[in-house]
Design a protein around this ligand. Sequence first.
Ligand code: GDP
Ligand code: MG
Length: 161
Amino acid sequence: PRCYGSAPPELQEKTLVLVKPDAVQRRLVGTVIQRFERRGFKLVAMKLLQADRGLLDKHYQQLQQKPFYPALLAYMTSGPLVAMVWEGYNVVRSTRAMVGDTDSAMAAAGTIRGDLSMHVSRNVVHASDSVETAQREISFWFQRDELVAWESGDRDYTYGP
Ligand code: GDP
Ligand code: MG
């Protein structure tokens, strides 16, 4: 079986996931990571940081005019968060499905928000909503050299030959 060698491009799709400050406070970081790990996605970057307003203004550019934006900023700067980049086949779409509806009250059971949160204002995670958004968001949160290219030995068993 093939073990190492660079993965085909469709397996190298990447998305940004944020474990938001409520989840850090509630000690849910490991639980969230575990869900993406056991699905089979590959972690290629991760850090704990206190986000500042400048970064969030870029990240949530399209929400700045919303009435809830000040509350969103206060929430997202209330404590440290964990930023991660996950890689794999269809990772953007699959991750959104795993995260669930924006409004936790509407999020299906079995999704991260549906299982771990109660309200839209404290909804545990962020995940990029398209491949283009993901590329832009990753560049806001990570330097290029913070992404680690590594080969996972289980690729044939995760994706087939
Ligand atoms: P997402 O892509 O599912 O995270 O949802 P959006 O991009 O629409 O919104 C970004 C984030 O803003 C959400 O995850 C929520 O944390 C927050 N948010 C969205 N709608 C509301 C709202 O009506 N009230 C409050 N307080 N926060 C909201
Ligand atoms: Mg969004």
